[in-house]
Design a protein around this ligand. Structure first.
Ligand code: SAH
Length: 222
């Protein structure tokens, strides 16, 4: 494949979709949403040049933008359609929310680092993602005023699927969350809330930054 700095933005996005197909992402709607979301808009400076490689990259506040194939896997498993109200915990750069904006009716995403929430808001506005709201706060409490949600995606790892979030999931709803200790390999878990209880499926190994309680103190990095 012809990769490198001479690819146009369109070609680079297409090549990312090709890589995700190789990685096993099949859902055409998810692949189209990823192709339609300029990942470069969610990255700073030197990292923009690597936006369409299938790798996690650093963002502000010591956090990371997820690897596109992980975004693809989690988004596919979330089974979002245009009637869905979706809650994301861990806005980070805003990229995952940007992908979801193409698939869902409404997206709420919570971030505990104020500078990141601000940057995510600006990046989402720059790509015209008008159905996304970025909330600064502690996602471990969810967003009770907007509950229940049809779908919940957690993009930071907790030791167990957070019970408060499950209580904010509509019956028939789906939650995707990495589970496991932050310094080890984690599992992506799919939880379906059925009338008879919760149904769990393991989707594969990943590595995410930890889900931490409380709003971060970011005075140092403004
Ligand atoms: N979805 C992001 C990547 C997530 S990185 C993207 O597309 O770029 C995980 C993010 O979760 C980090 O930004 C981290 O600050 C945030 N986070 C961790 N614990 C949190 C909590 N309790 N509430 C809200 N955000 C949290």
């Amino acid at each position: 494949m012809n990769e490198g700095p001479d690819l146009s933005e369109d070609e680079a996005r297409w090549s990312l979709v090709w890589q995700l197909q190789q990685a096993g992402i099949r859902d055409k709607r998810v692949l189209d949403a990823i192709e339609a979301t300029p990942r470069a808009a969610f990255l700073d400076g030197i990292f923009r040049a690597r936006a369409y490689e299938d790798i996690a990259l650093p963002i502000s506040c010591g956090q990371t933008i997820s690897q596109p194939s992980v975004v693809g896997l989690m988004t596919e498993a979330l089974e979002v359609d245009n009637r869905c109200k979706v809650l994301e915990i861990g806005a980070g750069s805003g990229y995952q929310a940007g992908v979801l904006s193409h698939l869902a009716r409404r997206v709420y995403t919570i971030e505990r680092h104020r500078p990141l929430a601000r940057q995510a808001r600006a990046a989402l506005a720059s790509i015209g993602a008008a159905n996304v709201t970025v909330v600064t706060g502690d996602g471990t409490s969810g967003l009770p005023e907007q509950a229940p949600f049809d779908r919940i995606i957690v993009t930071a790892a907790a030791e167990d699927p957070p019970a408060i979030l499950l209580s904010q999931l509509r019956e028939g709803g789906i939650m995707i969350t990495p589970v496991g200790q932050s310094d080890t390999v984690q599992q992506i878990i799919k939880v379906v809330k059925t009338p008879h209880g919760l149904d769990y499926t393991e989707l594969g190994d990943v590595r995410f930054v930890p889900l931490l309680e409380g709003i971060a103190d970011d005075l140092a990095d403004g």
